[in-house]
Design a protein around this ligand. Structure first.
Ligand SMILES: Cc1cc2nc3c(=O)[nH]c(=O)nc-3n(C[C@H](O)[C@H](O)[C@H](O)COP(=O)(O)OP(=O)(O)OC[C@H]3O[C@@H](n4cnc5c(N)ncnc54)[C@H](O)[C@@H]3O)c2cc1C
Length: 463
């Protein structure tokens, strides 16, 4: 379907981005064969890697790829958990990392302009310098890039109060699949002026355009907050705290759940001692406020709720304890070389029963089913480790697990992914579980804007 990268194409790429920013040596190509995918069967080595330095260079590369019929997979930090940044159809990887400047922090208009390759942690820090907050906060914020967050509509630990990435964005500069440069969105509180293309492109996982610059919303930083970690001796008790906190009207910034399997793996990974380590399931709750008096009443209410739910112990969740939560995904590495992280989302009021159901399902599989998640917004990460299973046993049981879990999630009104995206990993489930008319509508959009299927083919659905 596609042509192979040849010497002429490489020379043309070099003419656009500079010789030093085009890589074809096997060692470099090997570095880009995977993202956070751990299963070697899913790796694909790209034919070339290019790191453009400007939107104009990105546009010229896209035009060139169209002419030469060579696919492009955009890659920001490569922290995708859905095989999104893997060049599954060959072609080139386009790296965004050189375009990493924060261009403006506007304290009057409360927005920030940054190049798409800027690190999320740097966007957060630049806002904080001005006593403002950029509210996007995935657990990977230390390493992932803002363009990657827009492309996947990343969620994270503050989504319950502030929303997900698509709620933090005014607009963006995009290179279309035809290689045109387009500015979409505007710094406006409201807008009904044609299609909201910025919303369409966000979450499209690099299939509808390459985001090169972003304009982010900023908000005043709430000066007061409390962070609590409640420990429970059962999944049921922990899970039941989640709806109780939401119903109490505390307007929490975060409600995060971590089962005991994760408590054990992340405390080992971080070499941190915590009480009840071998039995506890954790629920973290953060509340932010602009009024100091609300702190005491909020904390009092939360303590009551924890007690009613049967907490073993309630601690202040300081940075050391929050690091445990942020390190959960990485802690899987000490358990197994090959792991899988699922990303279901269910209605918030069904989250407790989903956690209980999925944990119980785990009893029938030859791997431990580990659950953590942004319980306050219904998004659960269900993780499994291959350990000593053969490839065949692993694949068979993972597939069987998904065949049991996904229908259950859909029966609750849930979906396959709350924030990681479909990527290549869940493509066939996407095709199976999405209503045919909805899937066809998506395909029509993709075919119309990218008739040669140049941008990130093999992701979300087959065209
Ligand atoms: C430890 C860990 C914790 C994580 N925690 C969270 C979390 O809390 N919440 C969450 O949502 N995710 C989380 N993730 C997943 C991941 O970090 C997010 O999906 C993130 O948004 C990806 O950003 P990235 O810069 O790494 O993008 P990449 O992985 O490089 O790319 C992701 C996808 O976006 C496309 N893309 C990247 N940049 C652009 C661009 N500029 N224009 C168009 N398309 C582009 C790529 O082609 C790919 O399909 C976590 C991952 C890890 C490893």
């Amino acid at each position: 379907m596609y042509n192979k990268v040849d010497e002429k194409f490489i020379a043309d790429l070099q003419a656009i981005a500079g010789k030093e920013h085009v890589y074809v040596d096997p060692d470099t190509l090997d570095q880009y064969k995977t993202d956070e995918e751990t299963d070697p069967a899913k790796f694909h080595t790209p034919e070339a890697v290019v790191a453009p330095g400007s939107t104009e260079e990105v546009a010229a590369i896209v035009k060139l790829a169209n002419e030469a019929n060579i696919p492009i997979t955009v890659r920001s930090a490569g922290t995708s958990l859905s095989d999104g940044a893997i060049a599954v159809c060959g072609g080139i990887i386009l790296l965004m990392g050189r375009m990493n400047r924060i261009l403006e922090v506007n304290t009057e208009g409360l927005y920030m302009v940054a190049e798409a390759g800027a690190l999320v942690k740097e966007c957060q820090a630049a806002a904080k310098e001005h006593n403002l907050v950029y509210a996007g906060d995935p657990s990977s914020a230390e390493t992932c890039q803002i363009g990657g967050n827009l492309a996947t509509n990343a969620g994270g630990i503050k989504a319950i109060r502030y929303g997900v990435t698509r709620d933090q964005v005014y607009g963006m500069k995009v290179v279309t699949p035809a290689g045109e440069i387009m500015n979409v969105g505007a710094c406006l509180k409201k807008k009904t002026t044609g299609y909201a293309l910025e919303q369409l492109i966000m979450g499209s996982e690099g299939t509808l355009g390459i985001i090169t610059q972003v304009t982010l919303k900023l908000q005043p930083l709430a000066p007061y907050r409390f962070d609590v970690l409640a420990m429970f001796d059962s999944v049921e008790k922990a899970a039941r705290l989640v709806p109780a906190v939401i119903k109490a009207g505390l307007n929490p910034t975060s409600i995060e759940f971590m089962d005991n399997s994760f408590v054990r793996s992340t405390t080992t990974f971080c070499e941190t001692n915590v009480p009840h380590r071998d039995i506890a399931n954790f629920v973290y709750v953060t509340v932010e406020t602009f009024d100091e008096n609300q702190l005491d009443t909020g904390l009092e209410k939360l303590s009551e709720l924890c007690e009613e739910a049967g907490a073993l112990e309630v601690l202040e969740a300081d940075e050391r304890l929050w690091t445990l939560r942020r390190s959960c995904q990485e802690s899987l590495r000490i358990l197994s070389d090959v792991t899988i992280t699922d990303d279901f989302v269910v209605p918030v009021h069904k989250v407790a029963e989903t956690i209980e159901h999925v944990k119980a399902m785990g009893d029938h599989y030859p791997f431990e089913v580990m659950v953590l998640g942004h319980a306050g917004d219904g998004n659960l990460h269900v993780c499994m480790c291959r350990k000593n299973l053969t490839e065949e046993e692993w694949n068979e049981n993972v597939e069987k697990f998904h065949r049991e879990a996904y229908p259950y999630v859909y029966s609750l009104g849930g979906r396959l992914s709350g924030e990681h995206g479909i990527g290549a990993k869940k493509l066939h489930y996407m095709e199976e579980y999405t209503e045919p008319a909805e899937l066809e509508y998506m395909r029509m959009i993709k075919r119309a804007v990218d008739p040669k299927n140049i941008l990130n083919p093999g992701k979300i659905f087959n065209v």
